[in-house]
Design a binder for this molecule. Structure first.
Ligand code: HEM
Length: 331
């Protein structure tokens, strides 16, 4: 159908979303940037949705409870730093007429689409209002071991390959509260691009800490100005996940398709998809990533701590001296 404003979409119900997407781009994402708010919108969508369990009552999943019941959920330790994005999203949310769940997961999809190389995520429309806050301890922590991480995700319905796929998100990610002395410290050297660089850089031998020494959940990183989460480190080297991790290195297509599939599942956890409308065509088409990825300057295969026996992809090195990764502005 053609909407009154001229947009074309598969279902008339989706027409209401085009002005909301524009509102998000103008009032939350600085005119459509892959910046701090876009990164945090994706993180928020995860922290909301993972409040769910197949086996016990752990919340309503992708219901927007983290936005509506922020007074409760933001006290949970794993939600450190989330107050920043909920306080920026709330005033925009109030202008849209959407339910909290639709708003949080639309913002996650639109924010991700602002990052070159990202997939155009699915967006299902029609989440009812959340009933109650999720309980504590549903969100994995960077101090968790691989057993705990895989168990928590399995409890929410995700296998090991889906966990690795979802961790692609850390290609557009930075930490504000792991080390509070260095807000906005990225997890890879290309934090504004949805590429496979994070899968490569987490495998490089660690050399230093970017800030105030070793913090809980942090391990040595290869580059000045870069943060490495202990959870990414252990997942990249565990026998259950190492080959899944390595397979992502320089395989943009695999990363994008597996991330999109896992996100499609995450963003409707606990929801009745039969009563929802597929409004994916309201999500902007992301710019492509030209690729291929490269080793950061001065790094090579000799720095890779390979944990999977499969052949490692051939990767060139950026010319010049080792870079210092800049913090994400506005963090
Ligand atoms: C084992 C699972 C995970 C752990 C332990 C974990 C942990 C973390 C931590 C500690 C931070 C930094 C927070 C801060 O200091 O500000 C972070 C950031 C982030 N995470 Fe994860 N995460 C996990 C999985 C995911 C998943 C599944 C997604 C999305 C699908 C995601 C998306 C993000 C994003 C986008 C950021 C950056 C936010 C920003 O730059 O503002 N994470 N994560």
């Amino acid at each position: 159908v053609t909407c009154p404003d001229g947009h074309v979409t598969a279902n008339r119900a989706c027409c209401a979303l085009f002005p909301v997407v524009q509102n998000l781009q103008e009032n939350l994402f600085d005119g459509g940037e892959c910046g701090e708010e876009a990164h945090s919108a994706l993180r928020l969508s995860f922290h909301d949705a993972i409040g769910f369990s197949l086996n016990s009552n752990k919340g309503g999943g992708a219901d927007g409870s983290i936005l509506l019941f922020n007074a409760t959920e933001l006290t949970f330790h794993a939600n450190g730093g989330i107050d920043d994005i909920t306080s920026r999203q709330f005033p925009v949310f109030e202008t849209t007429g959407l339910t909290p769940g639709d708003f949080v997961h639309l913002a996650g999809a639109v924010g991700t689409a602002n990052c070159p190389g990202a997939p155009r995520l699915q967006f299902m429309f029609g989440r009812p209002p959340p009933i109650a806050p999720a309980p504590d301890l549903t969100v994995p922590e960077p101090t968790d071991d691989v057993d705990a991480i895989l168990a928590r995700f399995a409890d929410a319905g995700f296998d090991a390959s889906e966990v690795v796929a979802l961790l692609s998100s850390h290609t557009i990610a930075a930490a504000d509260v792991v080390d509070v002395t260095i807000p906005g410290t990225p997890f890879d050297s290309t934090v504004g691009t949805f590429d496979t660089q994070v899968f490569l850089e987490v495998l490089l031998a660690g050399r230093s800490f970017p800030g105030n020494g070793s913090q809980p959940g942090e391990v040595l990183s290869p580059l000045a100005g870069e943060m490495r989460l202990q959870s990414d480190f252990v997942v990249s080297r565990d026998s259950r996940t190492a080959c899944l991790w390595q397979a992502m290195v320089n395989n943009q297509q695999l990363m994008v398709s597996s991330f999109a599939a896992a996100m499609a599942k995450l963003q409707v956890l606990g929801q009745n998809v039969n009563t929802m409308v597929d409004c994916s065509d309201v999500i902007p088409e992301p710019a492509p990533f030209a690729g291929p990825i490269k080793f950061p300057a001065s790094f090579s295969m000799a720095d890779v701590e390979q944990a999977c026996a499969s052949t490692f992809p051939q990767i060139q090195t950026v010319a010049g001296p080792a870079p210092t990764v800049a913090p994400v502005p506005g963090s």
